[in-house]
Design a protein. Structure first.
Length: 110
């Protein structure tokens, strides 16, 4: 019962952000309504490529930004809870491509 109450009272995500440090890596940060902040750092040498993916569900369709990480089987989502529009994701994707110097990422997004 206590677990059920905790799930209902859990505060939603207030803000998600990505900080790109070209020489070092990427810091992903999630801030919750309760004030809790979770940070995750990914070293630049572990990032193989940033990718934009189109996610389709029975109800909706949206774009997501992910990172292909060396040695990991699954993509790492940059924004796990919030779904920013493509207008926001494209510049972040381009900045990530420039930071990791990915030659294949130079294609323009329309």
């Amino acid at each position: 019962m206590a677990l059920l109450i905790r799930l209902f009272l859990q505060t939603p995500v207030k803000k998600e952000s990505v900080l790109i440090l070209p020489a070092f890596g990427v810091q992903l940060e999630t801030q919750y309504g309760s004030g809790k902040t979770v940070r995750q750092f990914v070293h630049i040498s572990r990032i193989l490529k940033p990718v934009l993916t189109e996610c389709v569900t029975p109800v909706t369709c949206y774009w997501s930004l992910s990172l292909i990480i060396r040695g990991e089987e699954e993509l790492m989502l940059v924004f796990k809870e919030l779904r920013p529009p493509m207008k926001m994701l494209a510049p972040i994707w381009k900045a990530l491509c420039a930071a990791i110097e990915c030659g294949e990422c130079t294609e323009a997004i329309t």
